[in-house]
Design a protein around this ligand. Structure first.
Ligand code: FES
Length: 130
């Protein structure tokens, strides 16, 4: 555990703990929240997925959108990294490709907040088993 050397350290630790507690509370009913999975295979990380994930975590919180942002492994779309899957409550999940910060901003503002479709959707080529 990191040592507390200043009031700023203490505040930072409080914020980190608070966000972990929020996530735990949210995880009791994930279907009621927007769920975003960011593909973090090597190809995704090399294409900027980490920055996109940080942007999505920060911006959805700032904009008051109750969201769980998690990372996942290979989604099979090396050619379109970074890719994210967005599941809005009551809708089918959609995978977006070539997501940079600008595209992530559009996805949050247009698709998640207003339900408008955004360019860059990757057609689904698989079905999960129930
Ligand atoms: S290794 Fe790139 S999508 Fe699987």
């Amino acid at each position: 555990m990191a040592k507390v050397k200043s009031l700023a350290d203490l505040r930072r630790m409080k914020e980190e703990l608070q966000s972990k507690m929020d996530l735990r509370e949210k995880s009791n009913d994930p279907e009621s929240l927007v769920q975003i999975k960011v593909a973090m295979a090597t190809c995704g990380i090399a294409s900027g997925a980490k920055e996109v994930m940080e942007f999505l975590i920060e911006e959805t919180a700032k904009r008051g959108i109750k969201t769980i942002v998690t990372q996942t492994g290979c989604m099979g779309y090396c050619y379109a990294e970074p890719t994210i899957e967005v599941k809005v409550p009551g809708k089918e999940p959609i995978v977006f490709g070539d997501v940079d910060i600008k595209k992530a901003d559009q996805i949050v503002e247009k698709y998640i907040k207003n339900g408008e479709l955004v360019d860059g959707i990757i057609p689904v080529n698989y079905k999960t088993l129930d």
